[in-house]
Write a protein that binds this ligand. Structure first.
Ligand code: TXA
Ligand code: MG
Length: 347
């Protein structure tokens, strides 16, 4: 056990020095809190895997504050990658680029020839990264298998005593991890992980480019291109099922199953949009916000999953949403948290 320091904004210089010394520093981004270490140092990066209990074949995203840092990290990349940076950085877009051999710890890339890079859109993250002056590898700052942290308190719950410190920047904005994209040889953009930059936004920005999206379901492709997609991430301790269909049917179905579960002595929970939250009978009903504001649901989802754990809820049902816009990323995370358990009710 080590003492984990909680830094406020004034502590950023100390946090940056901790990173430069090879320490582990959690910091807020616009998506979720990340757990950072110097991406060039295998010793430092090994600390991330140790603290998180993360499988080592899952590569990490490298965070930079300035495009001038790219030269030492990656090989020449397609012009489209530069245009993506121009349009979406700083922001929730990770771009998979050809890695410069020897520039990064092989633990960061999990020995792939590529590296995922992003510039986070958060003033404290950018300040930390530029003061540290080193490329910072940072996965989400949760124990592996737990929901990603959207508050400094979540980081402490999972990693307190295991990392050097966390910068407290309050609640993160988007609430879901960045969109990860790869550029295909034929010039297409492939979305490996849906996130804050939506498929629609990519198509709007580059109408002449084809944008390919991997399955939005929780089903596991046989050989995932983004290694992280094959793990059951973000899982609450209770058993979660996503239910979709006409609202009346969804409500009565969930209420029926919740009543049965309660008879069996189980604590029950429901994640519902504001429009229907009052219609559920469960021990804990958590409001995702309006179904017309999926950004709000994205912002709340992970904190809600943690609350369900804290309350010791054994069976959870969540309303689903349509896959347009942020709905794609939201459903992707919900289905992952549910380990793929989903039910679609007919009319
Ligand atoms: O929003 C985010 O991206 C957060 C914050 C902290 O920046 N970070 C994050 O990191 O979500 P992590 O490690 O939890 O997820 C990284 C994802 C994984 O799905 C991983 O497989 C994929 O990015 N990835 C990383 N490098 C890759 C590469 N070279 N090729 C394909 N996928 C890669
Ligand atoms: Mg993660």
């Amino acid at each position: 056990m080590i003492d984990t320091i909680v830094w406020q904004e004034q502590g950023i210089q100390q946090a940056a020095e901790t990173l430069r010394r090879g320490g582990l520093v959690a910091f807020p981004t616009e998506t979720v809190y990340g757990l950072g270490a110097d991406a060039r140092s295998s010793e430092a990066v090994a600390g991330i895997f140790g603290a998180k209990g993360r499988p080592s074949d899952n590569p990490l995203i490298v965070h930079i504050a300035d495009r001038s840092q790219l030269g030492e990290l990656v090989e020449p990349y397609p012009a489209l990658a530069g245009e993506l940076m121009e349009r979406f950085w700083p922001g929730p877009l990770t771009i998979v680029l050809p890695a410069k051999p020897g520039a990064l710890s092989p633990l960061v890339t999990a020995n792939l020839p590529t590296v995922g890079v992003r510039m986070p859109d958060h003033p404290l993250a950018l300040e930390l990264l530029s003061r540290a002056g080193v490329p910072v590898a940072a996965p989400s700052a949760n124990r592996s298998g737990r929901p990603s942290p959207t508050l400094a308190g979540h980081v402490l719950e999972d990693l307190g005593g295991r990392i050097d410190g966390v910068i407290d920047g309050g609640a993160t904005g988007v609430g879901l991890e960045s969109t990860v994209v790869e550029l295909e040889g034929n010039g297409a953009i492939r979305i490996l992980r849906p996130g804050g930059v939506t498929e629609e936004a990519l198509k709007r920005a580059f109408p002449a480019v084809s944008v390919i999206s991997e399955a939005e379901t929780g089903e596991q492709p046989a050989k995932p291109r983004s290694p992280g997609m094959k793990y059951t991430h973000y899982a609450p301790r209770g058993e979660l099922t996503v239910v979709q269909g006409p609202e009346e049917r969804v409500i009565s179905y969930i209420n029926l199953l919740a009543e049965e579960a309660r008879h069996e002595g189980m604590k029950t929970g429901v994640l519902a949009f504001s429009e229907h939250a009052g219609s559920y009978r469960a021990d804990l009903v958590l409001d995702l916000g309006s179904e017309n504001r999926l950004d709000e649901a994205a912002h709340r989802l992970y904190a809600h999953l943690r609350k369900l754990d804290e309350a010791g809820v054994g069976r959870i049902w969540s309303e689903g949403c349509e896959p347009g816009g942020l709905g794609g990323a939201l459903m992707n995370r919900m289905l992952k948290a549910a380990g793929g358990r989903a039910i679609r009710l007919d009319r």
